[in-house]
Write a protein that binds this ligand. Structure first.
Ligand code: PLP
Length: 412
């Protein structure tokens, strides 16, 4: 039961429109065989996996990307029988092999231990070989096998009839850097790895690479299309943030195509609360912990039912604002765990009442607050803003968005 007024609204139709826009982009490369893997890890970046996974599949994503077997099982449940491949991005952890087989998942793998976990789980369980995507470390030094270790992973893969190499993947770690130096080096290393994979006798169908920035940047997108084409593989692109309606920030900022594409994306999530109560304080009075805000004039304050335990970053104290009655209202004093206070002195009194809706993230009338604004104020990135929104904040599917329960009858 959610009766405290702090909730997010999820516009699944916006998500579908964003994904279709990204799919059109992916097809521009002239390879008919491309596909999108919609990244829905971390509860769909805080947007609700239950609502977003079916919406992504409805919009044409053939694949979903999650971070763990646990999330993959939740995604299967959310799909309610609708077909999609599910990729576990962080590899199988010890003991997870059985669930991988049972739920028909694909895992990224990069070491013999992971291959062993899956091969042992296959015994007596798997009717067909278990598909895996081999992750190549092309310079991020996070997960994946680097050039030195490649043969040592390919050998057991070759010997295990229980496993099938279905894809080769890597992660581009600086695709929003406009000079593209890191990306070019990564793509060259990936190309080298593909040659060695083929030489070892494998012909995996999928080249699995690229995030939102790689998809939006035509130069990177085309380089990936060319690489897949030359290797006779199907390109699988993995957008996350852009699907949720927020473009990654390029550095330096890009104009032209990227800017217009970014403007075509529609934020999927709005975050709202209500005014709990209103109060007046005289000049000289302070607000909140440690009195960090001191009123310079008679000030009208609105108390909100949202705090840092809901994911409203405490760093927004003193620099951020919310939307009240179509106006901006700045935070007054420090954001508390469960509450925050905003200054509504400038907003006509008759427009502000207890119980009124307040927008923390989203649009009200002519004004908007974006995840990029919160990220700038808090000194972080939009990804962290979204995934910080707490579990106790109710997720509501917006009226008019299609019901995930209708998915099977609508078809994929
Ligand atoms: C999260 C993630 C993505 C999506 O990145 P965005 O920048 O949100 O598009 C793609 N690939 C991998 C491996 C990821 O972990």
């Amino acid at each position: 039961m959610h009766s405290r007024p702090c909730w997010v609204e999820i516009d699944t139709l916006a998500l579908e429109a964003n994904l279709r826009l990204l799919a059109r982009l992916a097809r521009r490369g002239c390879l008919p065989e491309q596909a999108l893997l919609a990244i829905v890890k971390a509860d769909a970046y805080g947007h609700s996996l239950a609502d977003c996974a079916p919406a992504a599949v409805r919009a044409g994503a053939g694949w979903l990307g999650v971070t763990s077997v646990e999330e993959a099982v939740a995604a299967r449940r959310a799909l309610a029988g609708a077909e999609a491949e599910i990729l576990v991005l962080s590899g199988p952890f010890p003991g997870e092999g059985a669930a991988v087989v049972e739920h028909g998942l694909t895992c990224s793998v990069w070491n013999a231990r992971q291959l062993d976990e899956l091969a042992r789980a296959a015994v007596g369980r798997a009717a067909k070989a278990i598909p895996v995507h081999l992750e190549i470390d092309t310079g991020m030094s996070r997960q994946g096998v680097s050039g030195d270790g490649l043969d040592a992973v390919l050998a057991p893969l070759k010997e295990s009839p229980a496993l099938r190499l279905d894809g080769v993947m890597t992660h581009l770690y600086a695709a929003e850097e406009a000079d593209r130096l890191a990306t070019e080096r990564q793509i060259a290393r990936l190309e080298g790895a593909l040659v060695r994979v083929r030489r070892a006798g494998f012909a995996p169908p999928w080249l699995n690479v690229g995030n939102s920035a790689a998809l939006l940047d035509a130069t990177t997108r085309n380089a990936l299309v060319a690489l897949a084409g030359a290797a006779g593989m199907r390109l699988l692109l993995r957008p996350g943030l852009a699907m949720y309606g927020v473009a990654p920030e390029f550095s330096p900022a890009r104009s032209g195509e990227i800017a217009s594409l970014s403007a075509g994306l529609k934020p999927v999530l709005s975050w709202k609360t209500r005014i709990t109560s209103l109060s007046h304080i005289p000049a000289g009075e302070t607000v909140g912990y440690n009195g960090s805000f001191r009123a310079e004039r008679a000030t009208r304050l609105a108390l909100l039912a949202a705090g840092y335990a809901d994911g409203l970053k405490r760093q927004l104290s003193g620099c951020g604002h919310v939307l009240v009655a179509g106006h901006r209202a700045a935070f007054a004093g420090r954001i508390s765990m469960d509450q925050a206070v905003v200054d509504v002195t400038e907003i006509p009194e008759e427009l502000v009442a207890a119980g009124d809706e307040v927008v923390l993230l989203g649009t009200q009338g002519e004004v908007s607050v974006t995840a990029a604004d919160h990220a700038r104020w808090a000194g972080t990135i939009p990804w962290e803003i979204f995934t910080s929104i707490g579990a106790r904040v109710e997720r509501r599917r917006l009226q008019g968005s299609s019901d995930p329960a209708l998915l099977p009858s609508l078809g994929g």
